[in-house]
Ligand binder design. Structure first.
Ligand code: FA5
Length: 340
């Protein structure tokens, strides 16, 4: 019997139990009611007392070995199965992966630039930290002009000691002056960029915003060219039912000057809360380049004329997408940005 016990012990140790099927084979072969160990116990009952004493201990050891191999393997296989089930639980709802999208202001800016590039405007750029000369002096904005007020403009400590005054540009118009100084007419550019003003934040105003400057200089450029290019843009971008108007205004660097208004996107001109009952919404300023600006950059105002405009990209997007508060662009709430 001892030989058989040793053989069975070896068989138990080497029997492969890698999955539920062969574990069941193991159970049937060794520990089921009709299995080998049960048979050995039946035979054991027939032995005499001395033999029982000789083999009893070994028989119990073999039984214990088979049972613990079975239990340990079953626990391991059950755990593995539970883990697998967790990994591929097909009943769970699919996880939503957010895909990044272009920020609405970037999209609006790109759409704006595409329309103007199609009709021959080049893109020009200038620095956000600007020299007071380009932001004000070159644009016929004298010292006493209120827009130079410390409350509107963010001035920057000058550590260069170069005698200049630096500031965060308050508009994109300095790019007009820079372009005129570097190029000769004809000039036809748009200049997108960020501007900064020390202003109270409201639903329509932010302390930083994006403007696009437009400048066209050639011989015999007239106010009619200005009106037609702005009209063309508004119709292309918003559709034919939106109407433009130029409302007389004042800018030191244009003469005459005007504000570009379009019919309110919400009420289509009837008057509502968004347009404060007027039926019109302002998109930006424009006008014919002032002869003093031409003189400052060395152009002869008798030879050349030109128009310029500066429109706010946030306002343009607000009109297009029906957004009532400018702050939404800068809060970076994905629930808002995701909608566009
Ligand atoms: C100017 O900045 C002039 N440089 C525009 C110009 C260019 C006139 C060339 C003539 C020739 P204004 O301050 O009105 O003008 O600003 C133009 C537009 O920028 C506004 O109509 C508005 O759309 C936008 N804007 C101005 N300030 C803010 C602000 N705080 N927040 C958001 N948008 C603003």
């Amino acid at each position: 019997m001892l030989t058989r016990l040793n053989e069975i012990e070896q068989e138990i140790n080497t029997f492969p139990v890698s999955d539920k099927n062969n574990l069941e084979e193991f159970r049937l072969k060794f520990i089921s009611r009709k299995g080998l160990i049960s048979q050995l116990f039946d035979e054991f009952k027939e032995l005499d007392k001395a033999q029982k004493a000789a083999f009893g201990k070994k028989l119990n050891e073999v039984k214990h070995l088979a049972e613990s191999k079975y239990e340990e393997t079953k626990t391991k296989l059950d755990e593995l199965e539970a883990q697998k089930k967790e990994d591929i639980d097909l009943t769970l709802p699919a996880r939503k992966f957010s895909v990044g999208t272009e920020h609405l202001l970037t999209k609006t800016l790109n759409d704006f630039c595409s329309i103007f590039r199609e009709i021959g405007f080049k893109i020009a750029e200038g620095p956000e930290v600007e020299d007071e000369y380009y932001n004000f002096d070159a644009l016929n904005t004298p010292d006493w002009h209120p827009s130079r007020d410390i409350q509107d403009t963010y001035y920057i400590d000058n550590k260069l000691n170069d005698g200049k005054r630096y500031l965060l540009r308050t508009h994109t118009s300095p790019i007009q002056a820079r372009t005129m100084l570097n190029e000769k007419p004809p000039i036809r550019i748009i200049a997108p960029g960020r501007a900064y003003r020390n202003e109270a934040v409201t639903v329509k105003n932010y302390f930083t915003f994006i403007q696009v400057e437009g400048l066209y200089i050639d011989k015999n450029v007239s106010m009619r060219d200005l009106k037609s290019v702005l009209n063309y843009f508004v119709k292309r971008y918003y559709g034919n039912d939106i109407v433009t108007r130029l409302r007389p205004s004042f800018f030191p660097f244009t003469e005459p000057s005007a504000e570009l208004d379009i019919t309110c996107f919400l009420c289509k001109g009837k008057g509502c809360k968004a347009c404060k009952g007027t039926g019109w919404i302002e998109l930006g300023g424009c006008g014919m380049v002032d002869p003093n600006v031409f003189r400052g950059v060395g152009y002869d105002p008798k030879e050349y004329s030109g128009y310029a405009f500066g429109l706010g990209i946030e306002r343009i997007a607000m009109m297009k997408y029906g957004i009532s508060d400018i702050r939404l662009f800068y809060q970076n709430d994905v629930r808002f940005l995701d909608q566009f």
